[in-house]
Design a protein around this ligand. Sequence first.
Ligand SMILES: [Zn+2]
Length: 384
Amino acid sequence: MTAKDAGRIGAARALRPSSKLLPEYTRAHNRSLVLQLLYREGPMSRADIARSTDLTRVTVSDLVAELIEDRFVVEQGLRDESRPGKRATMINIDREGHQMVAVDLSDDDVFRAAVVNLGGEFIETCEIPIDGATGDDALAKALAVVDDARGRATAPLLGVGVGTPGVVDDLGIVRVAVSLGWTDVNLRAAIAERTGLPVTVMNDVNVAVLAEHSFADVDSDDIMLVRIGHGVGAGVIVGGATYRGSRFWDGEIGHVTVGTSGGPMCRCGRSACLEAWVGVPRLAAELERITGEAERSAFLREAGEHLGIALAPIVRTLDLTDIVLSGPPRLLGGDFLAAAHDTLLERTMIGDPDDLSLRMTTLGRDNVLFGAVVLVLTGQLGVS
Ligand SMILES: [Zn+2]
């Protein structure tokens, strides 16, 4: 659950002192509790669920019956055990009961979407070339990829989660997305109107960091994902909660000046922006130009060092432990990553490399799609 969701629930609580509405809210909360537990722990008996949630066995039985009827959980055979006596029936997430549409609009060339089951498995993926479309044409293509995915679903759809480039507010309005030529595009409303489904829209990098938190094999609640492509952006989870600024410009670190003695020119017209140091166009062009292996290595190390210089104060201020890079592994995975890690350790005075992990994402280019799944699970089931 994000900080924002938590805030909303807190506000709803404060506004609803009447006991009349409370049971309904409690029921939704308890449903989320059971689902969250099954997502985290895997199959459990009703008695296990009662023990772990502190709910009574009667309440758990009622909730499970309701969740089975709604096709969110399923009975899954008997517990495999040698103890004598009656063996318990195991309850698990009903993977096939519902599906979700995950959408990634962050790629330079294609809009992508996936139909995903409740187990997080991709059932179908599809993509539509952007062909340089901007404005209304880009919106039409975004709606088309959603339609394509919806048409492939084989179970009732729970909702649509979308990761899009740009500055996105908490209503799902894209305030600005330069690459798509969007200003104040109500992407959430457009998709909701088209599909009749609940829709959640968030900035692509904020979506990608959710994926790292929920799907990747890390045990950290203090994560920053840095996405390096044409531009550079960051998404942060602090203390297990997504961090969002109230103006929604959080993570826009691409045009922060790095260093005090100049640097490469940036497309914004200034020099020494982080994007100018480490953006993919520069790295790719320079590596093309530089011939010797040692020189290429030195170039990548210098670029990685500038990433480390830019990130160090952020890492220390927010007490982050897990930094994840998303971008072409061929450019970022070797010397660049190593130099950025060395610089971070040195500049933060974190002595033990084990206390600060810097790595490439293990989710590859699907990280935004995985994060879009988290948006739907959180928004519709209260699971994160
Ligand atoms: Zn710049």
